[in-house]
Design a protein around this ligand. Structure first.
Ligand SMILES: C[S@@+](CC[C@H](N)C(=O)[O-])C[C@H]1O[C@@H](n2cnc3c(N)ncnc32)[C@H](O)[C@@H]1O
Length: 305
């Protein structure tokens, strides 16, 4: 498909914005505030510092920015931006519900609509792999950071992790098709496939972009080298989620394939708690395995003072 990848991302995420948190199990509460802060503390190798001005790029509904603010008095001023106006609107609404002040606006990462040297910290989650020109995006983050400012990006798929994820999705898709065709039961009733969306008026065709919006997977060392080439003085990485990610792709594929009536509360509760338990297991085996095997890359970048 010959498409403008920025436009595809904008249309697809506009379409996804209202149902995004439900689809990905995103929550805003003290547990998630702690989990988000711990991700960044793994990168920081210490406690999350107090930040004057914090910008969340590719904010979506505000997953990392709002959860960091929920976790305590860590941020003086929160800014957020995203290419999708739909996401920006949901982020604003969510912040208002949570009593958090956010200055959110539409802006592309490769041409950030902010003056230079504005932010003490830039954070993002699951954003870099959607960006056509990574070098330009890193250079823009560098430009808007104050000297000595830091950028932390989490939730970026590693090349190996992505292969494992694709394998889990492909096998589960086949298994669910077979199981439903052979009269299997799920959630106490006959397993039935979810009806395919019409692709008509309800989504303006945006759903077709799902297959093209994920543009990159990463070899962490290569991204660090690119970051240094745009000026960052320190560039390093960690990673997370191996078994939890593999099992997570299986359960999410089942969620996406099966009809709503099969997906009982008990199933959702089990899959969410299993994911949390396996994430803790992943943390305990992290130091014994190559970090490039884990699904999510976490990137730490520092601008020279
Ligand atoms: C996978 S979602 C992640 C959203 C949120 N950070 C989270 O973790 O839930 C990716 C986000 O990046 C945004 N995005 C995609 N391309 C972008 C670009 N070129 N500039 C800014 N945001 C972009 C999308 O609109 C979407 O909200």
């Amino acid at each position: 498909m010959d498409v403008d990848l920025r436009k595809a991302n904008e249309l697809f995420h506009d379409f996804e914005s209202d149902s995004y948190d439900r689809k990905w199990g995103i929550l805003y509460d003290q547990d998630n505030a702690l989990r988000v802060r711990r991700k960044f503390e793994k990168l920081l190798r210490g406690p999350f510092p107090h930040v004057g001005r914090l910008l969340e790029v590719g904010c979506g509904t505000g997953y990392v920015g709002l959860n960091v603010c929920l976790g305590g008095d860590l941020v003086d001023e929160l800014y957020a931006c995203d290419i999708s106006q739909g996401m920006v609107d949901v982020c604003g609404k969510k912040a208002a519900e949570l009593g958090i002040e956010v200055r959110a606006k539409r802006s592309e990462l490769e041409s950030l609509a902010y003056l230079g040297e504005q932010f003490d910290m830039v954070i993002g989650h699951a954003i870099l792999h959607h960006i056509p020109d990574i070098e330009k995006a890193l250079a823009e983050i560098y430009r808007v950071l104050v000297p000595g400012g830091i950028c932390m990006l989490a939730g970026e798929p590693t090349r190996t992790g992505d292969r494992l994820g694709r394998f889990a999705r492909a096998v589960t898709t086949k298994a669910v098709d077979w199981y439903t065709a052979h009269g299997g039961y799920f959630g106490g009733m006959p397993a039935r496939l979810r009806e395919e969306p019409s692709g008509g008026d309800d989504d303006n065709g945006a759903r077709v972009f799902e297959d093209v919006v994920d543009i990159h997977t990463f070899v962490p060392g290569e991204v660090c080298a690119l970051a240094r080439s745009v000026g960052f003085s320190e560039a390093r990485y960690e990673s997370e989620e191996l078994i939890s990610s593999f099992v997570g792709w299986i359960t999410r594929t089942i969620d996406n394939k099966l009809a709503e009536e099969n997906l009982t509360f008990r199933w959702r509760y089990w899959s969410y708690n299993t994911y949390l338990r396996l994430s803790r297991l992943d943390e305990s085996i992290y130091r014994f395995l190559p970090s490039s095997w884990f699904y999510n890359m976490l990137l730490y970048l520092e601008k020279p003072a």
